[in-house]
Design a protein around this ligand. Sequence first.
Ligand code: CIR
Length: 255
Amino acid sequence: MTRPLAVVRRPGPRLVDGLVLETPAEPVDFEQARGQWQQYVDALTGAGWTVIECPPADDCPDAVFIEDAVVMFGNRAVVCRPGAPSRRNETLAIPGVFEDLGLAVSELPAGVGTIDGGDVLKIGRDVYVGVSARTTSDAISALADLLGDPWNVVPVALTGTLHLKSAITALPSGEVIGLSEHVDLAALGRPVRSMPEPEGAHVVEIGPDHVLMSASAPESIDVLRGEGWQVTAVDISEYEKLDGCVTCLSVRLRR
Ligand code: CIR
C-alpha cells in the first residue's frame, strides 16, 4: 500500500512575529519551536507517513501553518487566498509543490474574497467552512462552484475564534469534538462533543484509529485513549502561543 503523504513547511526565522489574537504571556522561543516542529514531523513519519517539505516562505512569519495555504479534495489541491495580508505570499510556492506530486491544482477565481484552510473541515464529502475574520462568504460560494458534485459545501458562522478548526475537528469516526460555543450549530447540523481542555478540540487523523493531539490536552487524550483511540501526543506549545494547533502544521494527502 502507498504510504500517505503530508506536506509541511519548516518554521522561518520570523516565526516570532507571527499574528496573534492576544499577546502570549511568554514570548515564542524559536529554538524550542524548531525542535517541536521536528518532533511533529517525526510523529507523522513514525505513524507511516512520507513527509514532503514545501520551500520556505521566510518573509511570511506564519508560513509554518501550511494548512491555511492549501486544502486537498481527493486528488485536487485548492490553493487558498489567505485572509491576512501578511500571509498572502505563502501560497506562491504551493502550485509547484502539488503539481510535482502529480495532483491537479485549482485556484479560486480572482476577486472573490479570502479563504484560509484552517476554516475548512471535511467530514466525508461534507465540507464545513467557517465564515470568519479570515474567510468570506463570497469565497466560500466560489469554492462550492469550483468543487461541484459530490462535495457539499456548508458555510458555518463563527464567533470568538480564529478558524473553524480552532474550535472543532472530527475524529476518524466522523464525530465532531471541541468548542461548540464558537460555532453556529444549526448551520453545522451535527452535535459537538465537548472535551476537557480547549486544545482537546484538535485531532489530526493519522491512521484509521490513530490521531495526533497536543500534549497540552492530557485529560482529553485520556478520554480518547479510554475509548480505544490510539493517540500520539506532541508538544506544540510555541505554536499554540501563535494560535496554531496540530492540524495547521501539515496538509495531509491519502493516495
Ligand atoms: C495566524 O493568525 O494566522 C497564525 N498565527 C495561526 C494560524 C493557525 N492556523 C490554523 O489554525 N489553521
